[in-house]
Ligand binder design. Structure first.
Ligand SMILES: [Zn+2]
Length: 279
């Protein structure tokens, strides 16, 4: 396992096979066990660069399970943070000997990443492992294309929402604004971003990633927490002392929920939210 227990983009495996993934799963399992009280599932993805990325289930302490971050969502944030434009192959396992389909929630979430339908998922069937395209696992998915224009960049592709802040000064506001500008929110038109800072002064940002099916959407705070886990290799969320959120004024505000979550998992953390303007 690479530094911070998350595979760096420089590490590679020769073949994305169940056999080769077994040792990776074994290596990653101790971290996965520290992030969740449930059976830990690990998502392993190969990007179009052939580099390998990991995702883990992350429970948020003292909050209901539906606030948890799914391993597949963690993986997508990891890909985004490494500017990986496409997820080619995906495997999900908790022991390396059996690979499962993504959960239904994440099958829908993955539809909106770049070329999502083409993702090859490694599934262990009674006859042995085989790859299936994601569209076979959710053939009648809610389609983003029925509701938004084709020129909206998918998740993993570069975007700039063109948001600005009045009196935008200070590194926290600037970083949260930059995260909001990378946010994917074509259904609500309510992009948002968060920046966190820990006691050591390190900062972690996250962008809201929306799903046409609503519930699978990943909030900006959870996205920033993924980058905190990637960097620290754990969930010592109490070390987070600053949280700043930037969003647009809309009927779908993130601020109250983000504030509730961060104050629950990091009681000493300050929280401030600002409204951005669309240019
Ligand atoms: Zn899932």
């Amino acid at each position: 396992m690479e530094e911070n227990f998350v595979l760096s983009p420089t590490r590679n495996v020769d073949a994305f096979s169940q056999q080769n993934l077994h040792s990776l799963i074994t290596e990653a399992t101790p971290l996965a066990q520290s992030l969740t009280s449930n059976t830990p599932y690990i998502a392993i993805g190969r990007g179009s660069s052939d580099q390998i990325y990991l995702g883990f289930d992350v429970e948020l302490p003292d909050l209901p399970l539906n606030f948890s971050i799914h391993a597949e969502q963690f993986l997508v944030v990891n890909l985004t943070s490494n500017q990986e434009p496409k997820l080619r192959d995906l495997a999900i396992s908790n022991d390396g000997s059996h690979c499962y389909a993504p959960c239904g929630h994440c099958c829908q979430f993955l539809q909106e990443i770049n070329k999502g339908n083409e993702i090859q998922t490694l599934i262990t069937e009674p006859t042995g492992p085989r790859f299936m395209p994601l569209e076979m696992l959710l053939p009648q998915s809610f389609s983003r294309y029925s509701t938004i224009s084709d020129d909206v960049p998918d998740v993993l592709l570069l975007r700039d929402n063109g948001l600005t802040l009045k009196n935008s000064y200070g590194v926290f506001k600037e970083m949260a604004l930059a995260a909001a500008n990378r946010s994917y929110a074509p259904h609500s038109n309510a992009p948002s971003g968060v920046v966190l800072c820990d006691r050591g002064g390190k900062m972690y940002s996250g962008s809201y990633l929306e799903s046409v099916a609503d519930i699978p959407s990943l909030g900006p705070l959870q996205a920033a927490l993924v980058n905190f886990v990637i960097d620290t290799g754990g969930r010592e969320f109490k070390n987070i002392v600053v949280a700043v959120l930037v969003e647009t004024r809309s009927s779908f505000p993130q601020a109250d929920t983000a504030k509730m979550i961060i104050q629950k998992i990091a009681p000493e953390c300050s929280f401030n939210a600002y409204h951005a303007q669309s240019s």
